[in-house]
Design a protein around this ligand. Sequence first.
Ligand code: ATP
Length: 215
Amino acid sequence: MGEPVLVIGLTGGIGSGKTEVTHILRELGAVVIDADRIAHLSYRPGTEVYEAIVHRFGPDILDGSGVIDRGNLGAVVFSDSGRREELEAIVWPATREWIEGRLAKEEARGTAVVVIEVSKLFEAGWDRLVNAVWTVEVLPDDIGRREIARRVQARSGLDEAETGARVAAQMTREERVERADLVIENTATLDNLREQVKTVWETIQTLPEVPQIPK
Ligand code: ATP
């Protein structure tokens, strides 16, 4: 068995800059796991998760080739929190199981730091799976809200109302800030973000030992 790996859970609001932070952390030497991507992979055709979702949500969520269409599924779950919870109850345990397997491998490999990027970290209860939670945030004033809308629109074409619906479906900034161990404010430039991330990276290099995650 190798040295314990430091596992950081990285969360934050939609468009806050989580992925940008993971790019910087990867350059600095962290292994990054994108939990949202693992969640999407978990329902490829042929998987148990796929079967469970199609059984629960019906064939309308499939595209012409029988693949679960994220747009169709999103349209159902973003407008109905009960349905969203049904989906999460199927997808989260499978994703967690995959991540736990990966963490065991990284530990055996001697990896020092693993960062798990997960937008709904607290909602999924994964703060218990990690040693520390970092949240990426944008200031909640008008400028910050407009900045989020601009970033999300530029990337995924969602308009301000659609972005607002997704923000409303998440935990609030206040709750994340309250529960996180560290807040990375990303309202300014990408250079500013890089400086902050470098500073925390240097800080964690000096930690005396990794606290054990209670089972
Ligand atoms: P999501 O939750 O929607 O996956 P995210 O939190 O991972 O989003 P990113 O994908 O990192 O956010 O950032 C969203 C968009 O905003 C990207 O195009 C990114 O390059 C851009 N962006 C992030 N931070 C900044 C910044 N400080 N200045 C300008 N653009 C930024």
